[in-house]
Design a protein. Sequence first.
Length: 323
Amino acid sequence: MTLGISVIIPLYNKAPHIKKTLESVLAQSVLPLEVIVVDDGSTDGGADIVAGLDNPGVVLIRQENKGVSIARNAGVQLASGAYVAFLDADDRWESFHIEEMTKLIGAYPSCQLFSTMNSVHMDGVNYFPASPLPADTDGLIEDFCLNYANHLSMITSSTACAHRASMIESGGFPEGVSRGEDVIAWVRMALQHGMAHSSRVTAVYDRDATNRVADLPDTEVLPSLAFLADLLKHEAKGSDVYAGVARLFAKIAFNTCAHKRDLDQRAGIADILRLAMKCEMWILSFKIMLLFITPRPLIAYAKQFKYKRTLKERRAKPDDSGE
């Protein structure tokens, strides 16, 4: 195994974005060992765009459509670097992303999971989520689940980097899961191995991109909620871990139910309500019940208002590199 960072990019019908995504990786101030693009059965020609780059540093793997978890796991298995950094096919990195990851790995050798912050590009404007750490600092994240609940952008599938062997040992990304699979992977890794975080913004989440998973309707209880509910059963009530997991469960459950209410998916809300009650989370259960009688237009307005309020608006500048 070679010391260094391999980049894993799962690709599924992202032809309009993949070239720009790869260009951001190949323009890094510190280049990765390799870039592994795992095409998960795309039908829009995205894989052909990757192949057409004819770059020896970019490896294209084609597979039948099996889901994003299997695609990422395949990339991890094939990686030659000791560390793997993840990037979605419609996001991009600032030129210093790998450099920042390299600094984190060197500064916190006891950790196996690392992350930075991303900006959110939406409606032509860049927004900046809050980090749990002060601006331009880094450090260990204590009480991971609690901090994750309060700052869901603290780690994403385009800002995460993990020790390859430890990720494989922890189970990687749960197969057959297409929503919330990253939540399960990060929680497993962080609880076992800890996480170091930099508040520096090194990635761009393109909310305007096509075919976003966040835009797709939920039709069942998120596997991440079932995973967190199972964790609660095995943690002592009153412990810091229990409190953090409970907070993360409540945050994801309520946000998901609000989304389902906006789509008028009452059966899905009822499923999550039953799970919340099974976990004896009574305040959360009451809040979910209120969603049933809340008008859908009000839900849609509240979601948009809350989302933008949690982000700090700042228009992109030519020198917005933090250097």
